[in-house]
Design a protein around this ligand. Structure first.
Ligand SMILES: Nc1ncnc2c1ncn2[C@@H]1O[C@H](COP(=O)(O)OP(=O)(O)OP(=O)(O)O)[C@@H](O)[C@H]1O
Ligand SMILES: [Mg+2]
Length: 246
């Protein structure tokens, strides 16, 4: 397992945001966290990223316990909805940000930024500012910024929530291909079940701070383990999706 949580608990002023959360995600897999609003999805990502500390339990990355390791040293990239691009920096400077923090050399930064601009098909956008981009382009830049320091793990918290349905579908496909190409392990939060079913190798269903079930989209949809999962999952949509794929 590349990322693991073992019996993690987290409370905020007595409110249980994570209850005995345990799961593992294999290297190179893309896992989706699905659950109602307030169920504790962001809390899990924040603890993995080192932005919050668990009250108890362990977090492991590549077999190493990272509870006491600073977030910036965990080799994680993240694209959070509320972690927008830096408005007063160009696209290129946004992408270079993590590399500047790591005090990489000028030439190396320039080369890596060019590589990433190419990866997101925005070679000619380096000098633009975020307000000169579309929502979808901005999210691609946010993605490039997260990938620049070559993280081993990518966390995405509803990266496409603010984008309209059509562009979102395109971005979703783009992201899946991109993640496949880079071969990075990733966890993403979404409200969109279809998005989860289409993109993820593993789905984690979370409710009131507890993991209800972990499994492949097929396992979750065809063999829900709890009443909550059976209720929550739109199995018909999954079957329709499967039929479309043939
Ligand atoms: N810093 C905090 N202080 C107090 N309570 C918090 C804090 N962060 C989260 N919570 C509470 O913990 C619970 C889980 O929050 P979390 O943000 O993880 O939910 P979520 O599943 O990401 O929801 P959404 O889908 O709406 O983003 C919520 O009830 C929230 O109010
Ligand atoms: Mg959230």
């Amino acid at each position: 397992m590349y990322v693991e949580m073992r019996h993690v608990n987290k409370t905020f002023d007595g409110f249980h945001a994570s209850r005995d959360v345990s799961f593992g995600i294999e290297k190179g897999h893309m896992a989706a966290l699905l659950g109602p609003s307030g169920s504790g999805k962001t809390t899990i990502l924040r603890m993995i990223a080192g932005l919050d500390r668990p009250d108890s339990g362990d977090i492991l990355i590549n077999g190493v316990r990272v509870n006491d390791l600073q977030g910036s040293k965990r080799g994680i990239g993240f694209v959070f909805q509320n972690y927008a691009l830096f408005r007063y920096m160009t696209v290129a400077d946004n992408i270079a940000f993590g590399l500047q923090v790591q005090k990489k050399g000028k030439a190396e930064i320039k080369e890596r930024v060019e590589e990433l601009l190419e990866l997101i098909s925005m070679q000619d956008f380096g000098k633009r500012y975020p307000h000169q981009l579309s929502g979808g382009q901005r999210q691609r830049v946010a993605f490039a910024r997260a990938l620049a320091p070559k993280p081993q793990l990518l966390l995405l918290d509803e990266p496409f929530a603010a984008i309209d349905a059509k562009v979102r579908g395109e971005l979703r496909t783009w992201l899946r291909n991109m993640i496949g190409r880079v071969g990075i392990t990733s966890i993403f939060v979404t409200h969109d079940q279809e998005e989860a079913m289409e993109v993820a190798n593993a789905i984690l269903i979370i409710n009131e701070g507890s993991i209800e079930q972990i499994g492949t989209p097929e396992e979750i949809c065809r063999h829900p383990k709890t009443e909550f999962v059976a209720d929550f999952i739109d199995a018909k949509r999954f079957e329709a999706l499967m039929a479309l794929r043939g």
